[in-house]
Design a protein around this ligand. Structure first.
Ligand SMILES: Cc1ncc(COP(=O)(O)O)c(C=O)c1O
Length: 948
């Protein structure tokens, strides 16, 4: 059978299409793991599996050389790899042909040596820098290759970044190597970057390559190519269907361009046409195309445009300028003596700081906003430009860089969008910055509750029905005009992603000008995954905006109006998936993200993204919010890192996020299937994190054997909540550890740091920096701990086993109920509606400043119980926020209930902000506050008094 990448025509009939991680069953040797039934997570493992497959071929070839493997096995494994490699530049047709020839010519030593060479080059990425790696006859010692270090710390500016360009071509595959050579001849020494072409011949193959190969960052599309791939791949079909690419009638370049743009909006796309280029360029769909070329024009122009497009993404205006600034000999007669490092490096006593951080940190420090630097507070130069580039990358209209974390971004957004007396519907379980922002702005919050996950002492996310109920209740009270904002966390700490589009559409159907603030502190990186993007604020906003532009949106709205009638009941509105009126909708969406939490920004680096059609009406307020909250001495390195993080995500974010997802799936699979680890530990699946009622598609989990890729896509599109796979709740209560204890053990004994804890679980987060070695280390550690428990229990007495069981029972069963927000005390209801729960939290907060209006109540005393039973009601004076879980159990002005007190009493955490154990709960005295409020204000001495 011919196995050339150029002429391979064998149809793939299995669900495990090779380009999505598996090997066709008719080609795979029996030993290969991919012969097993394809699991949905296999699709998402395709990148790292490619290396595994090459390793597998190498091992088989070496086995053949050593006489322990048959040639047939090598040939089959290699044939499978060839198909996968169609979408990658390296090893390319020449090396693949050479390897195939060696197998055919019965040359086991040659085959083993070449397979190892290729495999090593892929592993170390040396092919990116060494032209000899591409030569079949190059004399490279494969063992020497193994010593090549991966790109490391000594990378300097002489390094030319490498990328790959996808060329869709109607030419026969046999001509592709020739075309590649022609493109290589266009290279010039002065090119800042270097690229290799990847050729494909159809619409479907172009999509496969874009999905499978993260190194592709530019695409060139001519007119005239077939639709169908040479491979029959149901998995691929499902992906295409999810993108609404279901028929093969239209294979125009623009259609392919817009499909690729939806998958990876950061790609540069160039279209070549031999006719009607003017029409093409003027088509609105061409908005996603960087440039349209008349096809017969000079190929050098295309080459230069590709490089220019990459330069546009590589450019980091603030960072570039800071590097230039650091090189200049600058004398400072200004603050910040640390700048230029002289006080450090000349010091007898603090020189080690200089040695530790290096000279550049100090050369790049400055208090100045002149001399080429810009001001974060009033940007006009390179900060402004860097923010504009970030807006492009993240799909926003405007971006504010923030240097004090998303804690500050949230307060800025709340202050800029809301005035005293405005009502905001807000997740009570959201980060404290929202609550404090509302106190400072005098906003009246209507708290909505996330669904509880009592058994794990954590919350999920807020059901849409609760949000709609809150809006409808406010509407019934005639207070909808006062409601300005819906404020939610997406994804939640524990990985619940909202159906962002649905939430916004249904809310806009009730209040067409409602503003949305999505706190995506944890999931800024999700923008760069086609899989997760639709569930991000900016992804969903783009989808809604496209829907609003389509005439079908008006038809859909009018059909629903006809169906529901003039005055649908509240029940009907709650039961119906509401469609907003496109003629009334004002799409106003804000997102905050802790860039430092999921991308390569320095701690506290955060962004506030704006996609608001009415931004001009609040722009001045945003400027005030920046002046209120931003430091007048923002850290230069932090701003630079935001600029660089954006560059990285635009150029390699897709692969990095895929890596984070792959890492997570590997951990999930390894923990839950390992015979020893799974005896004591377990990573919760989607079915355990999200109640069935919110998984309308019936999706179970990534690891479930019955779930297909199509199921996962449907779940992602339809389900009310979806689990971000990178956030892994590892249950450790079943191993006898509470979360804090287990986190401490991993940190102190095993050098593993992890995210938050609950009573019986810890949260593992995979990220763009994780490697498979990290996964291996974690799995080794869990094996070690599990074995320790096993041995202890086996060697111990019956009493020890009973003690262990009791501890597990206590951690897993004796869990406190999670208390809901009760209500604001009447004194702090302000001018709230009769039946709606908003409150005047600011008055309550500032009342706590007056000791005469406060009292303390020991949490565990009998007096506390008596007050709960007989009154007067106890009212919290401040926020009380235990860590974990990290959300306010009490807010200022909130009436305390037996549930709240019981939860507080059962808390076994050390850190509780707003609660002093020695003095007890700080309470307000509503009567005293009421009396003070009613007292006649004392006469003020001054002009008015004199006049009187
Ligand atoms: C949901 C959420 N929002 C905002 C923040 C605050 O972000 P930062 O640490 O960047 O200030 C956090 C921090 O943990 C968070 O979990």
């Amino acid at each position: 059978m011919s196995t050339s990448a150029a002429d391979q025509t064998a149809p793939v009939t299995q669900n495990n299409h090779p380009h999505f991680g598996g090997i066709p069953a008719d080609q795979a040797p029996a030993e290969l793991p991919s012969r097993q039934p394809p699991r949905i997570d296999q699709f998402l493992l395709m990148h790292s599996q490619r290396l595994d497959h090459w390793r597998e071929v190498t091992v088989l070839a070496e086995g053949w050389r050593d006489g322990v493997q048959r040639r047939e096995e090598v040939r089959e494994a290699f044939a499978a790899i060839e198909a996968v490699d169609t979408y990658h530049a390296f090893p390319g047709a020449r090396l693949l042909t050479a390897l195939r020839d060696k197998i055919v010519a019965n040359d086991p030593s040659g085959a083993a040596q070449l397979a190892r060479r290729i495999s090593n080059a892929l592993l170390t990425r040396s092919y990116r820098d060494r032209p000899s790696e591409w030569e079949p006859s190059a004399d490279i010692d494969p063992d020497a290759v193994a010593e090549v270090l991966p790109p490391g710390l000594d990378d300097n500016e002489a390094h030319r970044p490498y990328f790959e360009v996808l060329f869709v071509s109607a030419q026969p595959p046999s001509r592709w190597p020739l075309l590649s050579d022609e493109l290589r001849r266009l290279r010039r020494r002065e090119d800042a970057f270097i690229y290799e072409p990847v050729f494909v011949g159809s619409f479907e193959d172009a999509i496969c390559a874009t999905v499978a190969n993260p190194a592709i960052i530019s695409v060139v599309i001519p007119e005239g190519f077939p639709f169908r791939s040479r491979f029959d791949a149901p998995v691929l079909r499902a992906v295409l269907e999810s993108l609404a690419v279901t028929d093969d009638r239209d294979t125009s370049a623009l259609r392919l361009a817009s499909t690729l743009n939806r998958i990876r909006p950061e790609l540069d796309i160039f279209v070549l046409s031999e006719r009607r280029v003017e029409d093409l360029a003027g088509d609105p769909v061409a908005d996603c195309v960087r440039r349209v070329f008349y096809a017969v024009e000079e190929p050098l122009e295309v080459h230069l445009s590709i490089l220019e497009g990459v330069r546009g993404r590589y450019e980091t205006p603030f960072f570039d300028n800071l590097k230039r600034y650091a090189r200049r000999p600058i004398g400072t007669f200004h603050a910040l003596p640390i700048a230029r490092g002289k006080s450090i490096f000349k010091s007898e006593w603090i020189r080690d700081m200089g040695a530790f951080y290096g000279l550049n940190l100090f050369l790049a420090e400055s208090s100045a906003t002149t001399g080429g630097l810009d001001s974060l507070l009033e940007p006009t130069g390179n900060v402004k430009r860097a923010q504009e580039l970030a807006a492009r990358a993240f799909g926003a209209d405007h971006v504010f860089f923030v240097t004090n974390g998303t804690s500050t971004s949230n307060k800025m957004a709340v202050q800029a969008l809301l005035a005293p007396g405005d009502i905001a519907i807000v997740d009570r379980n959201c980060h404290k910055s929202h609550h404090y922002g509302m106190v400072l702005s005098g906003v009246q919050p209507v708290y909505v509750e996330a669904f509880p996950m009592t058994e794990y002492s954590m919350y999920g996310a807020v059901p849409l029905a609760s949000i709609k109920k809150a809006l409808l209740a406010l509407r019934n009270e005639g207070r909808l005009g006062r409601v300005k904002l819906l404020d939610l966390t997406n994804c939640t700490f524990d990985g619940h992603m909202y159906n962002v589009r649905r939430v916004m559409e249904e809310c806009l159907a009730i209040k067409p000008d409602l503003i949305f603030l999505w706190d995506e502190a944890w999931s800024g990186f999700a923008r760069f995954s086609p899989f997760l993007r639709p569930r991000t604020a900016m992804g969903a906003t783009a989808d809604i905006a496209a829907w609003l532009r389509a005439p079908s949106s008006v038809q859909a709205y009018e059909a629903q109006v006809r169906e529901l009638g003039e005055n649908p009941t509240e029940e009907t509105l709650l039961q119906t998936r509401l469609i907003p009126d496109p003629s009334k909708v004002r799409l106003r969406v804000y997102q905050t993200n802790s860039t430092h939490k999921s991308m390569s920004a320095i701690r506290q680096g955060s962004m506030l993204l704006v996609k608001d059609v009415d931004f001009h009406t609040v722009e001045a307020q945003f400027r005030e919010a920046v002046f209120t909250h931003a430091s007048t001495s923002p850290n230069q390195q932090l701003i630079a890192s935001l600029d660089v993080a954006r560059r990285q995500m635009e150029l390699e974010g897709y692969g990095l996020v895929m890596n984070a997802i792959e890492t997570a799936l590997r951990i999930r699979h390894a923990v839950n299937t390992h015979p020893l680890i799974s005896r004591y530990f377990h990573v919760l699946g989607a079915d355990e994190m999200i109640p069935a009622a919110y998984r309308q598609s019936g999706f179970i989990d990534y690891l479930d054997a019955s779930v297909t890729w199509a199921d996962a896509v449907r779940a992602m599109r339809e389900d009310e909540f979806y689990l971000d796979p990178t956030r892994m709740t590892l249950v450790c209560g079943t191993a006898g550890f509470d979360g804090t204890q287990f986190k401490g053990l991993l940190a102190s004994e095993y050098n593993i740091q992890l995210n938050k804890t609950s009573r019986n679980s810890v949260l593992l987060q995979s990220n763009i920096n994780n490697t498979r070695s990290d996964v291996a280390h974690l799995i080794r550690v869990l094996v070690d701990i599990a074995r320790g428990i096993d041995n202890r229990l086996a060697a111990g007495a019956e009493a020890d086993r009973a003690a262990f069981d009791a501890r597990v029972r206590s951690l897993m069963k004796d869990v406190p109920d999670l208390p809901n927000f009760s209500r604001f005390h009447d004194v702090f209801r302000g001018d709230a509606g009769e039946t709606t729960p908003e409150g005047d939290m600011r008055t309550a907060f500032f009342s706590a400043y007056d000791p005469a209006l406060c009292e303390y109540m020991p949490l565990f005393g009998a007096e506390c119980d008596r007050r709960l039973q007989d009154g007067p009601e106890m009212v919290s004076a401040n926020f009380v926020i235990p860590y974990p879980p990290g959300f306010p159990i009490m807010v200022p002005g909130q009436v305390l209930t037996p549930e709240t007190i019981e939860f507080m009493r059962k808390l076994d955490v050390k850190e509780i902000h707003g609660y002093e154990k020695a003095r007890g709960l700080k309470l307000l005295k509503p009567d005293a506050i009421e009396s003070k409020r009613n007292a006649v204000p004392p006469k003020v001495a001054g002009r008015g008094a004199r006049a009187a």
